[in-house]
Write a protein that binds this ligand. Structure first.
Ligand code: SF4
Length: 151
């Protein structure tokens, strides 16, 4: 059975978001894959050693920083490496990651100004995954993911 790497905040069941919010994915196709045991979940930021809740952070150049200017690049990098390790270990068919996140965003991310503005871009974990050849979808692209899965 082909596996799929997913953001843990989409998988649900544990509070992992920086704001302790709930963004569990309720798409029936996603829920079916969950039931089948196909989904491999990871929250790169928690895996990187950050607490929940945690300060809002954004990509700024080659770094990731909190709104107060604390450099958290090392934690985000560790989380990205863990995501890639899990994707490889499970030989996942592709990934479905939460949009806009500085770790998991695949089309857009916050623009580094902490003004709620977004820009085209990708999170650090997604950058690692794509650089290794993995295809990454977001939670709005389940239909495309289903086509690629072909099962
Ligand atoms: S790092 Fe990814 S999995 Fe973790 S809360 Fe943020 S978007 Fe969700």
């Amino acid at each position: 059975m082909k596996k799929i790497l997913v953001s843990e905040c989409l998988y649900g069941g544990r509070t992992v978001r920086y704001d302790a919010g709930d963004t569990t994915c309720e798409d029936p196709r996603f829920l079916k894959w969950k039931e089948e045991g196909r989904l491999v979940k990871i929250c790169p930021e928690v895996f990187g050693g950050l607490p929940t809740p945690r300060p809002d952070s954004q990509r700024i150049g080659d770094t990731v920083q909190t709104g107060a200017g604390k450099d958290v690049t090392a934690e985000y990098t560790k989380g990205a490496e863990e995501a890639l390790r899990l994707a490889k270990e499970n030989d996942v068919a592709f990934c479905i990651m939460k949009e806009d996140s500085p770790s998991c965003g695949s089309k857009t991310i916050y623009d580094g100004t902490f003004t709620d503005a977004i820009k085209p871009g990708q999170g650090l974990a997604v950058e690692y995954l794509r650089n290794a050849g993995f295809v990454v979808f977001d939670e709005d692209d389940i239909g495309e993911a289903e086509k690629l899965l072909g099962e």
